[in-house]
Design a protein around this ligand. Structure first.
Ligand SMILES: CC(C)(COP(=O)(O)OP(=O)(O)OC[C@H]1O[C@@H](n2cnc3c(N)ncnc32)[C@H](O)[C@@H]1OP(=O)(O)O)[C@@H](O)C(=O)NCCC(=O)NCCS
Length: 280
């Protein structure tokens, strides 16, 4: 069996979509949690978008000329973001994932930090990533639902416009020590990001309130975040979904009181620079 890692090509979108679909849905089914992808079209479009993106680097693993795995690292902002990483279930446990991660981390090179999110019930991925120097930083829960209380009075929630990117980046830097403005700019063109305003200034934002894989949200306070989540849900027929840091206990309790559901546990892991958040 000869394995080769090579850069991903436009023509690989279909096979990458199939592998992501089968790898992630297989793990979800084995653990009795909701599938991430209802159809193969979503991960295929996702893979095509990642392959075409000038700031996303991707590789595939070939065994005897057949693509059996794929991995991506997003290079938009200072902290690099790894994922998705997926190996054809027929080849799982054979060292392919380690080789893909090696290529992706080599690419991340001297970045000040690298982050990823793994499913907390996946014993294989947490072991693999830890052995490659990632450290567990934050327990997360994928939350989904429509808060039953409706919009929170005293806050304005509206679509993010280009002029909001600078103040939004300042909030992210204040909360996390780093900003994600390139990601925000991308979200503007694809995912209907929102900002929340309180006392006539922006106090938070969310990039993709109804599509959690592309959603990140930051707010100065839990109150700002609650208002943002509530209004985003009220404005959409779809439920909102996002990764909640479980240690944000007040926000978690609010989500539960609002009738939101816990979908699955996940874990934030990082290499390099990481700062405890101060804010929501
Ligand atoms: C996670 C995934 C990418 C790993 O790829 P893989 O080819 O199966 O993994 P590898 O065989 O390269 O490496 C797994 C490592 O974990 C180790 N491992 C597996 N289960 C383990 C356990 N329960 N405890 C400790 N170590 C374990 C293996 O021994 C191996 O380490 P080694 O190289 O030192 O032997 C792949 O299984 C997959 O696609 N899973 C479904 C999708 C997914 O969860 N992707 C990751 C999203 S973050």
């Amino acid at each position: 069996m000869s394995t080769r890692i090579r850069p991903v090509l436009t023509d690989d979108a279909k096979v990458c979509g199939r592998i992501i679909y089968e790898a992630f849905n297989g793990i979800a089914d084995a653990h009795g949690v909701r599938r991430d992808f209802p159809s193969i079209d979503v991960p295929t479009q996702f893979a095509a978008m990642f392959i075409a993106h000038p700031s996303i680097f991707g590789v595939v693993a070939e065994v005897d000329g057949r693509v059996v795995g794929a991995g991506f690292v997003t290079e938009r902002d200072a902290i690099r973001a790894v994922g998705p990483i997926a190996v054809d279930p027929a080849y799982r446990g054979g060292g392919i994932g380690r080789q893909i991660m090696g290529a992706v981390l080599e690419r991340a090179g001297e970045a000040v930090g690298v982050r990823l999110v793994q499913e907390a019930f996946n014993t294989r991925s947490v072991a693999l990533y830890s052995s490659l120097s990632f450290e567990v930083k934050e327990p997360l829960l994928l939350m989904s639902g429509t808060p039953r209380g409706g919009p929170v009075p005293g806050y304005t929630v509206r679509p993010l416009v280009p002029d909001d990117i600078e103040p939004a980046a300042r909030i992210c830097a204040a909360v996390h020590g780093v900003e994600r403005s390139a990601e925000l700019r991308d979200a503007l063109n694809a995912f209907h990001p929102l900002v929340v305003e309180h006392d006539s200034r922006i106090t938070g934002y969310a990039t993709a309130p109804i599509f959690w894989p592309m959603n990140h949200g930051v707010a100065e306070t839990e109150g700002d975040m609650q208002a943002l989540i509530a209004a985003a849900a009220a404005a959409s027929p779809e439920p909102v979904s996002f990764l909640l840091p479980v240690r944000q206990a007040g926000l978690f309790r609010w989500c539960l009181l609002q009738g939101m559901q816990v979908v699955k546990p996940m874990t934030l892991m990082t290499i390099g620079e990481y700062r405890e958040p101060s804010g929501a």
